[in-house]
Structures are given as C-alpha cells and as structure tokens.
Design a protein around this ligand. Structure first.
Ligand code: F6R
Length: 241
C-alpha cells in the first residue's frame, strides 16, 4: 500500500488526477473504474483541464462506474449517470458507447447485476478502480454486512449513507433506499485501486479501513489485501493515523 499525503482537497484532487492521467497516457485503451460523490468532483475537473490543454485523449478509454440508485433513470438529475455525464463525459472525447454504469431504472435489477458482471469480464476487467470512502466504511455501495459480496448486487443503503447523501436531494425522503453496486470481487480484481479520502469526518473510518481488522463490518478494510493499493488522502483525513 502506498499512502500519498495531500495538503487539502484541491491537492488530493490534483494528485489523484495525476495518477489517472499517467494511467491513460501509459495505456490509452484502459478500462477505468469510476466513482461519483463529492470526493471525485475536483479530480474530474482536473482531468477535464488536462483534456482541454490537449494532454489527454479518452478516445479509446472504456469506463465502468461503481454504482447507481435503484429507481432512477439515466436522465434523472440525481442519478449517477447524470453526475458522470455532467462532471466528466460531456467535457471530454470519451465515446458514449464506451461508458457503462449499472442501470438503476430497469424492471429487473437482478438481471442487470448479472449483465454488469459479464460486461466487465468482456472488457477484460478493470485497469484502475477509483474509490471514495463512505462514513460507515463502504466502498461503492458495499455497506457493512456479515459477509463480503463478490458480485454486482442490489443493496439497501444504510441510514448513515442516506443521511450523508441527502445533501444532494431536496430532503432525506427523496434519497433512494436501494442501489446497485459493483461487488467486492470486481473491485479486488482491478489491477490497481486508487482510494481518495478527504476531510476530518473520515479520519476515524480511514484509520479502521487501513489498519483495523479486515471485516465486512468495515467493507473498505478488504483493500488491505489488494496488491496495488494507492491511497491519496488529505491531512485532515490522515489526522488519526
Ligand atoms: C460513489 C460511491 C461511494 C462514495 C462514498 C463517498 O460512486 O461509490 O462509495 O465514494 O459514499 O462519497 P462522497 O465522496 O460524497 O463523500
């Protein structure tokens, strides 16, 4: 595990964007595992700047996102499809048909889980998986549980996750209660993992994730077993370590 210390959010975003930047330069047809949430906004802004400066080319890149809310269609402005389109995809030269997210609006979410795992296998797996960290230790929407789930699956969101994500909605009641998420299997099979964490409110959970017991009660703790984990975190998030 490599831990890269950043001064603040902006510095974390820049350092993490540089890692994705070098991945795309070194392997222009990479499969990027992407994430949403506030942690990633600065990083995507930096990637867009690199693209505008002519230093990045996404024409051969394929992307697979971690998760999507059940019940929200791609055009819903609270969906992760919408987030990705507006924060990254529409600003760079990635082909729409090369961007994949689990489809939360489908009639049969269980079939969608199977389709998504097959799709990732067909793409040859994920070259680099970008991850944020939930306050309860979730990665993707793999919430604390009695076991790790390998496959893409349907998940009930924890109260703490619903509360944390309510800031993106008009009120807490509007936050969907379920999501589809990539499982721990595909995340752990990614050739590289890049975990980005910022803020004092994540300091305690980050310490548990990196140095506590490996347990499905703290889903991110499984990353301790990943052979190529890079953590980019700001001083606040690292303050307990
Ligand atoms: C998002 C995702 C989540 C977030 C996590 C942190 O696609 O999978 O695991 O990374 O909830 O969210 P923020 O960055 O909003 O604190």
């Amino acid at each position: 595990m490599i831990i890269i210390k950043a001064a603040d959010y902006q510095d974390m975003s820049r350092k993490a964007a540089n890692i994705i930047f070098s991945q795309v330069i070194q392997k222009p047809d990479s499969v990027l595992g992407l994430a949403t949430g506030s942690t990633m906004l600065g990083l995507y802004e930096d990637l867009v700047s690199h693209y505008r400066e002519g230093d990045l080319d996404f024409s051969q890149i394929r992307s697979v996102n971690l998760d999507e809310y059940i019940g929200l269609s791609a055009d819903n402005d609270q969906s992760y499809h919408y987030y990705m389109k507006h924060n990254l995809f529409k600003h760079v030269n990635i082909a729409a048909e090369n961007t994949y997210l689990p489809r939360g609006g489908v009639a049969n979410p269980d079939d969608e889980c199977l389709r998504y795992d097959n799709l990732i296998n067909q793409l040859g797996g994920i070259d680099i998986q970008l991850l944020g960290l939930g306050l309860d230790g979730h990665i993707g929407f793999n919430e604390p549980d009695d076991k790790f789930t390998a496959e893409t699956h349907r998940v009930k969101l924890d109260e703490s996750t619903i509360k944390a994500n309510a800031r993106f909605f008009e009120n807490e009641n509007q936050v969907p209660k379920e999501a589809l998420t990539l499982g721990i299997g595909a995340i752990m099979k990614a050739r590289k993992v890049l975990l980005c964490v910022n803020g004092k409110n994540k300091a305690k959970i980050l310490k548990k994730v990196l140095y506590g017991p490996i347990t499905p009660k703290v889903p991110g703790s499984i990353l301790q077993l990943h052979p190529y984990l890079t953590v980019v975190a700001d001083e606040d998030a690292l303050s307990e370590i």
